[in-house]
Ligand binder design. Sequence first.
Ligand code: RUQ
Ligand code: CUA
Length: 644
Amino acid sequence: MVNKLKKAFQPVLIGMLVLGLCATVNAQSLEQVMKERGLSQADILAAAKTYTPSGKLDEYVVFSSGGQSGHVIVYGVPSMRILKYIAVFTPEPWQGYGYGDVASMAILDQGRIRGRKITWGDTHHPAISETNGEYDGQYLFINDKANPRVAVIDLKTFSTVQIVPNPIMKSQHGSTFVTPNTEYVLETSLYPAPFSNDYVPLEEFNEKYRGAMTMWKFNRKRGKIIAEDSFSVELPPYCQDLTDAGKKVSAGWVFTNSFNTERYIGGFGKGNTKFRDRLPHEAGMSAKDTDYLHMINLETAKKLFKEGKDTKINGHAVISMETMIANNALFLIPEPKSPHGVMIDPSGQYLTVSGKLDTHVSVYDFKKMMKLIESKQYDGRDPYNIPILSMQESLHGQVELGLGPLHTQYDKEKGIAYTSLFVDSAVARWDFLKLKLIEKVPIHYNVGHLVSAEGDTVSPDGKYLIALNKLAIDRFVQVGPLHPQNHQLIDISPGQPMQVLYDMPIPLGEPHYAVMMKADKLKTIKRFKQKWFKHRVKPGKERVVRKGNQVTVYSSIIRSHYSPEIIEVKVGDEVTWHLTNLERAQDETHGFTVDTYNINASLEPGETNTFKFIADKEGVFPFYCTEFCAALHLEMMGYFLVKP
Ligand code: RUQ
Ligand code: CUA
C-alpha cells in the first residue's frame, strides 16, 4: 500500500524535489541547466542518487576484474568513481610494481610457469575473504584464466602479496571462489589437459586428459596460500566452468558446472592435423541438451587428503575420481547445456544455473539433492563411473526469463534474484522461490556478469546492482574501434521498478566479474611503519658502502631531496640501492627513477624499496622523483655517475 502510494506520488515527489532544490538553490539555474542539457526529471533523480559531492565518500566499494590488463579495478558506488587499479599479474609503473623493486619483482617471479616468466594475466573472478559467509574486507583473490594462477591481494595496502601457479592445470576459469571462512580458495580448470607436462596425443583425450578443482589452503594469519596444505580433486575431461562454495545448509560441499560433456575435440579448419574435416568446437561442444553440474564433498576430500589418500603429481596432491566416488564425495546432475556459473543463494539451499542457450533458469534444491545421495538413488553413471542424480528430482523448478540467461545475483529480499540476459540485453528481477518473473530492465548492451551489493554473501544488501556490459557501441564519445566496456549502475530498491542510474566506461581491459562490499569494512593502513622494512634507512645514517665491486647505497627521501644526492660507481659494479621515504604526512609519496635503467618506484610514506642492478655502461645518469610532491619537486634529483 505504502509502495503503491509512493509510486502514484512519484512524479509529484520528483516535482517537489526539483522545486525544493529550485527554492533553495536557484530556481532559474536548475531549470535552465535541465533545459540546456536536455535532462528529464528521471535524469535529475538518477543524478541525485549517484552524485557524490567533494569530500563525501562512497557507501560501497567494487573490486572488478581487469580482464586482459591483468589488474583489478577498484571503484566506488554510487558515484562510480574509479579509485585504483591494483597491479596483480602485470607490471604497473605508477605503483612501481614490476619495475625493478626487489619485492614486487619477486612476487611476479612467483608466477613463473615451467620456468617461463609471464608478464600478463587475464583476470576474471575476484573474491573477497569471508568470515561466516560475510565479506570481511581483509583479502581479495583473483585468477588468471590465461595462465592458471591465483593471486592474493592484501586489502590493508591494496597490493598483491602472492601469486600461485597451478601445478597441474593448463588453463582455468572457475576461480576464485572462497569457502565461508576462507579456509580454501577454489580454482577449477577449464580446458582439459594432461596433469603432467608431457605431450599426450588427442586420441588419448578420454583416458589421459583431465579436469580438476584445486582447494588452495589459505592461512589468514600469514596472509598466504600454503601450497603444501593444498590439494586437488581429479575431474572428468569436461570443460568445468564457474564454481561456488556451499554455505549454511550446503557448507562443506562445493559445486562447479561444465560444458562439453560431449568431450568433443574439434579439429575444424585447414590445419595440419588429421582431424581437419570435423565440425568446429562450438558445434561439437554443444551437441547435447544437457551438461553436468558437479557436486564435490570438500569435507570428505579434506579427510582423504589428511589420510594421505592422494597421489603426488608434479609434487602436488591429487585425489583421484575413483577415491572420491568410493567415498561418496563426487556426483553429477544434468543441467541445461553450456551454462555459466552455479550461484548459491544466501540460505545455501538453492542453486541457480542458467544454460546460455536455454531461456530458463534452473533452480536446484540442495536438500533434494542430498536426499537422492542419501538413498543412493542414481540415474546412472557417467563414463568415469561418477553417479548421476536425476535432474527432475533435484530441481526446485525452472523459470523462463528470456534469451541468454547468464549470471544470477541475490537481493536482501527473500527469494529475489537478478539474472543477466546476454542476448536480450536486459536484467530480469525474479523470485526463485515462487518461480516467477517480476520485471525486466533493458541494458546497453550484452550484459555478462552482474554484481549486487554483498550479493555473494549470506546476507546481500540489495540497493545496488551493476550490469557488467560487454559492449558500449554508442554510449560514449568514440575513441576508435576498441571501445571501453560499460558498467551500468541500477537502483534495485524494493517497491519500485529497477532504474538504470549511471553508465561508467571501463577503459582498461575487459572486466568479467566484480564483487561489491560495504566500504566501511575496509581496514586499510594510511601509511607504512618504517620498522616493517628490514633495509630501512634511518635519518642521518644514509651512506654508500663498497665491498669489492659490490656497492650498497642507503638512501633516504624527504621533501625535496635524496640523500645522498651523488653516487659514483665504476662500470661493472653491482649496485644494491635501498631507498626509504622518511615522510610522516599521509599521501606524501615520492618516486625514483634512474635514466635508462627501466626502473620506477612509488615510495609511500614510511616505505623502503630496494633495487639491484649492474652499472653496465659508463656515463652520467640523472635520477629524479617521479611523483609531483612539492614546490621543489623538479629540484628533487641526483646524479648516478658511472666511471670507466
Ligand atoms: S566470465 S569468459 Cu565469468 Cu570469466 Cu567472462
Ligand atoms: Cu618527491 Cu617529487
